[in-house]
Design a protein around this ligand. Structure first.
Ligand code: KG4
Ligand code: ZN
Length: 297
């Protein structure tokens, strides 16, 4: 596996140009490594898939151009995948019997959505964030607390030595299915400034409590009110163990699915799994497919 996280840590976040250049630097080596480790030869490849959005334009351009080159040289179909759908499909890697329709909570660094996966390639958005995404809130609060990047795993680790003793707001808790996390982040900032004596571990635990409570409340409320039996969690924040533990409490009423940790954060397997569904349906893209940094569902 190749990850840019150690590089982005130095800058306290993702610098778009650095990310794109690192894609250029590593994509070829990574591909060679994948061929070596999987022992799959180019002539055994049925199709080449790539995420064409949403995301940072530079990284998307490097990835799609490389994938188009591969598809040309292997003489195989080229398939563009929506990154968000990739996250949902990460669940099919571990749960092959899982079938739509199901309710999905998609929580990543750039997105927070409650949606119905009605069919394999058909989605309906029930609610989404009006400002910061859940992962973004973890990252920003980690920065406020001086904990570094990426915020989610560090907050989770730090919170293990803390207690939920501060009640931070749970925005829009009982107001429909949209989310809003920027006020929560700001209230942590004010609290830190006003209470220099407070332990960072306790603040991290209290913030994590507020945000996971909000996510769990909305997704389970919708499922119970609409008689939905399967909830699928996806995206980097789905790695969070407090979120998972809270959701697991509903397991006597609703089936809860989340991917293995390595399939929660961005990965190539989820893109390949989503592409397989398009491939089976003959949904192949032309080599002039453009990238789409703001692609929605
Ligand atoms: O899905 P992802 O890898 O990338 C995007 O598509 O955005 O998600 C990354 C986000 C980051 O904001 C990161 O802080 C968050 O997922 N994250 C977590 C955890 N692991 C990653 N948030 C909370 N708890 C975690 N354990
Ligand atoms: Zn992602």
């Amino acid at each position: 596996m190749v990850s840019q996280i150690d590089i982005h840590k130095v800058f306290g976040g993702v610098v778009p140009e650095v990310a794109a250049r690192k894609h250029v630097e590593f994509l070829y080596k990574l591909t060679q490594l994948a061929f070596e480790q999987s022992r799959i030869a180019p002539h055994q490849i049925n199709a080449v898939a790539v995420s064409y959005g949403p995301g940072l334009i530079g990284s998307l351009l490097v990835g799609t151009s490389f994938a188009k080159g591969m598809s040309l040289s292997f003489n195989t179909p080229f398939i563009g995948v929506n990154h968000l759908i990739g996250h949902i499909y990460a669940n099919f890697l571990d749960f092959p019997d899982l079938k739509p329709p199901f309710l999905t909570l998609l929580v990543s660094g750039g997105h927070t959505m409650l949606l119905l996966t009605k069919d394999y390639l058909e989605f309906e958005i029930i609610g989404q964030t009006r400002d910061d995404a859940a992962g973004e809130a973890f990252d920003k609060v980690a920065r406020i607390l001086g904990l570094g990047y990426p915020g989610g795993p560090i907050i989770e680790e730090t919170a293990k030595n803390g207690k939920h003793i501060y009640d931070f707001p749970k925005p829009l808790l009982n107001e429909g299915y949209d989310f809003s996390f920027s006020g929560l982040k700001t209230s942590v900032l004010y609290f830190v400034n006003e209470h220099p004596e407070a332990r960072i571990e306790d603040i991290a635990a209290s913030f994590q409590e507020a945000i996971t409570d909000t996510l769990v409340h909305k997704v389970t409320k919708y499922a119970l009110e609409n008689n939905i039996h399967d909830i699928v969690i996806a995206g980097g924040v789905a790695s969070n163990s407090v979120l998972r533990t809270k959701l697991d409490k509903f397991k006597n009423k609703i089936n809860i699915y989340y991917p293995r940790l390595i399939f929660c954060t961005d990965n190539a397997a989820m893109i390949a799994r989503a592409a397989y569904e398009k491939y089976k349906r003959g949904l192949i893209n032309s080599l002039d497919l453009d990238v789409s940094p703001n692609l929605g569902l």
